[in-house]
Design a binder for this molecule. Structure first.
Ligand SMILES: NC(=O)c1ccc[n+]([C@@H]2O[C@H](COP(=O)([O-])OP(=O)(O)OC[C@H]3O[C@@H](n4cnc5c(N)ncnc54)[C@H](O)[C@@H]3O)[C@@H](O)[C@H]2O)c1
Length: 321
């Protein structure tokens, strides 16, 4: 049995990861402030599922990683074998309105977690970065050796800054930190403002579904359970500073996605088209070869199978409301 600290563990990726860790028999401590960026009731729904799974092996600390007292309470629960730092202000568009807040949580907050991980153990961390660090306009598959020095949103800049701090801390203090660049993650527990979840809500309520751009923009969607596999594989291969893409490796267009989701929900969507939004990247396509070769990462879930799993969860969530 290992002991994990998962920041942001009440959220989408965090709660799914914690579910896996608990079912493998590990001990999990979650630090999460139930940030109101989206309805905290969804985070409580996630936590209730974890509580049922984890019982004595799960400790939830409601606290803010920017507050020293909350970090103290959290690290007092150690020693930990690994810190998995997922807490962040997520979302690209709101970061344009709230750049200071994004910097505060995603950069200053990360520094606090880095320092606590260094001084209070275990000196080993996984950091949730993002495909957004690659910026826009790159038509090749995005591979880790691209410079990633042209972010197009404060969110992307904050994630790239986070990577640079992780590298610095590894260099100065000999820590082992892996930054994982996630490519648009979806599946059960997905955040409500992300495209698939938002579309599902609008479609089932019979409202219009806004499609930004010409529908030909494409995303490399990654199924959540594949991402959790990737995080756990990265945890087994920590050594110095490393960066890996974790994506699906098979981009789908927005138009395809909307149709496939409507089919999975068995509805006829009312689609309305709008111009593309500032800060959005038009195409993402992950090169996942490095993760495949060095971590044994396999993202094998098809978009149709992933959407079916999402729809099953979405119906369950709706039934509780
Ligand atoms: N979902 C994706 O497609 C995706 C893609 C790339 C990167 N990421 C990154 O992965 C991580 C997890 O994303 P997610 O989609 O699960 O988001 P999420 O918003 O569901 O989870 C983040 C969690 O962090 C918590 N949090 C925010 N500020 C905090 C603070 N100050 N103190 C303590 N907790 C705080 C939130 O309450 C939330 O539960 C984030 O770092 C995000 O930037 C996600």
């Amino acid at each position: 049995m290992k002991s994990y600290l998962v920041t942001g563990g009440a959220g989408f990726i965090g709660s799914t990861l914690c579910g896996r860790l608990l079912s493998q028999g590990h001990r999990v401590v979650i630090l999460d402030n139930l940030d109101p960026y989206y309805d905290p009731a969804i985070k409580r729904f996630n936590l209730a599922r974890l509580q049922a799974l984890g019982q004595q092996r799960l400790t939830f600390i409601e606290g803010d990683l920017r507050r020293d007292a909350d970090l103290d309470r959290t690290f007092a629960q150690g020693p930990f074998d690994l810190v998995i730092h997922l807490a962040a202000k997520a979302g690209v568009r709101p970061s344009i309105e709230l750049p200071h807040e994004y910097n505060d949580v995603n950069v200053t907050g990360l520094l606090k977690v880095l320092e606590a991980t260094r001084t209070r153990g275990p000196g080993r961390m996984i950091f949730a970065s993002s495909s957004s660090v690659y910026g826009d306009g790159e038509s090749r598959p995005l591979s880790e050796d691209l410079p990633a020095d042209r972010p197009v949103s404060p969110y992307a800049a904050s994630k790239r800054a986070g990577e640079l701090y992780c590298h610095t801390w590894c260099h100065l203090y000999g820590m082992d930190i892996t930054a994982l660049r996630f490519f648009t993650v979806y599946g059960p527990a997905q955040r409500p403002e992300m495209a698939i979840h938002k579309f599902a809500r609008l479609m089932t309520e019979g409202q219009e579904v806004p499609v930004f751009g010409d529908g030909q923009s494409s995303r490399d969607y990654s199924f959540i359970e594949d991402i959790v596999d990737g995080i756990l594989a990265a945890a087994d291969h920590l050594k110095g500073y490393q960066v890996f893409n974790l994506g699906g490796g098979r981009p789908v267009t927005l138009d395809y996605l909307v149709q496939a989701l409507a089919k999975a929900l068995d509805v006829n969507p009312r689609i309305v088209r709008y111009p593309a939004q500032p800060g959005d990247v038009s195409h993402t396509r992950a090169s996942v070869e490095k993760a495949r070769d060095l971590l044994g990462y396999r993202a094998e879930t098809s978009i149709d199978a992933g959407l079916a799993a999402f729809v099953a969860w979405f119906k369950e969530l709706k039934a509780t409301r």
